[in-house]
Design a protein around this ligand. Structure first.
Ligand SMILES: Cc1ncc(COP(=O)(O)O)c(C=O)c1O
Length: 376
């Protein structure tokens, strides 16, 4: 049988995690926290599992959860989002992205993706018979507007952006959002898919959501993930917001892809979200970022700035001339630490001798990993 996705294999995250466990390396590769979730959340799981939350949830998502999300968006962005018309609960951000692309992009159309990028955008585009058009960010991982503008054509349906950015940790400023707005004004049929899953993991800067402007709001699908915000990546629950006419199309696919999302998880999140304070998440991760960066000060790694997310990029150029993939393999085998090579986030596999560490780990793990990294 001829593969529909001949260039797609096992993701680097699975490969590196497998290698890390084979060599009993400290896994700073895959982006997931290794510390316990909030006790309140644990308590709610027990309490609500005794109630009747075990059958299909409404297709669009638990009503109370959608209301709580609308309140959170109001608290953080001062923007009114209608729980009925604008919010869809998804099985993680991944399903929100997949479903949106399936619903909105047609065969032969083009979607612009900014590299380096998280790896879940290409496959839904390819499966439709549309074309992912990869445009590299500049050296500071900021948008290169000349390149982006020259990539937009009559066939371009969607532009995908991601801030705070995985893997670089860079955030878009107001200035970039305003240029984006100009571009969207220039191309009235272009849709924006704004992947904002790290919206609450920000440090010195404030996250500027694509919601900040009415025109962008009218054309944007904004993707969020409870996995990142509440340290529950395994639950695979997220949500997206979109204007009604767009959400109606996305729901048509959603109802046949998953119908509805895990009912108990939604009930728990509906009770937890109003009691939680996602805006404090940045402080929590800032302490981890600073501790990790300080611990690596004596190492030969050159650390890049980290404005948001729980990822720290490091250059190993002064340590080795190997490819970043080889370097990561040796890091696991010889030094017992797993990281992700950045070339895998580029369609053209550009290798700038950078690797990504995830610092969403408990203090002991970060200390032990740093000690090992400082011996290199
Ligand atoms: C930028 C980005 N988008 C989407 C996702 C997927 O999130 P979820 O686990 O909620 O599907 C991730 C997960 O790492 C990510 O980093």
């Amino acid at each position: 049988m001829e593969s529909k996705l001949p260039t797609v294999g096992l993701t680097i995250f699975s490969k590196i995690s497998l290698m890390a466990s084979q060599h009993q390396a400290i896994n700073l590769a895959q982006g997931f926290p290794n510390f316990p979730i909030d006790e309140k959340l644990q308590h709610l799981i027990t309490e609500l599992s005794r109630q009747n939350h075990h059958q299909y949830a409404p297709m669009q998502g638990n009503v109370l959860l959608r209301e709580a999300i609308a309140d959170t968006i109001w608290d953080t962005n001062k923007i009114k989002v209608c729980p009925e018309e604008n919010i869809l609960i998804t099985a993680g951000a991944t399903q929100g992205i997949f479903t949106s692309i399936q619903a909105l992009v047609r065969p032969g159309e083009e979607v612009i993706i900014l590299d380096p990028c998280y790896d879940c955008y290409d496959v839904p585009i390819l499966l439709i018979g549309a074309k992912p058009v990869h445009v590299s960010l500049n050296k500071q991982f900021k948008p290169d507007w000349d390149k982006i503008k020259s990539a937009v054509s009559a066939k371009t349906t969607m532009l995908i952006i991601n801030s705070p950015h995985n893997p670089s940790g860079v955030m878009w400023d107001k200035e970039e959002m305003l240029i984006l707005l100009e571009l969207m004004e220039q191309y009235p049929n272009l849709l924006l898919l704004s992947d904002e899953v790290y919206e609450f993991i920000t440090f010195e800067k404030t996250h500027i959501s694509a919601r900040f402007n009415e025109l962008l709001r009218e054309r944007a699908i904004i993707i969020s993930s409870f996995g990142k915000t509440f340290h529950i990546t395994g639950w695979k629950v997220g949500y997206l917001t979109a204007p009604k006419r767009v959400l109606d199309e996305i729901k048509k696919v959603h109802q046949y892809l998953v119908f509805s999302v895990n009912s108990l998880a939604q009930a728990v999140l509906a009770a937890y979200l109003p009691q939680s304070n996602p805006e404090r998440l940045g402080e929590f991760y800032k302490r981890k970022r600073d501790a990790f960066r300080n611990a690596l000060e004596g190492s030969k790694f050159n650390l890049l700035p980290c404005e948001g997310t729980y990822f720290q990029l490091a250059s190993f150029a002064s340590i080795s001339e190997q490819s970043d993939v080889q370097f990561c393999e040796e890091l696991i085998k010889n030094h017992g630490v797993a990281a992700i090579p950045i070339s895998v986030f580029y369609a053209d596999k550009k290798d700038d001798k950078l690797i990504r560490f995830c610092f969403a780990k408990d203090s002991l793990t970060l200390q032990q990993a740093s000690l090992k990294l400082c011996t290199i």
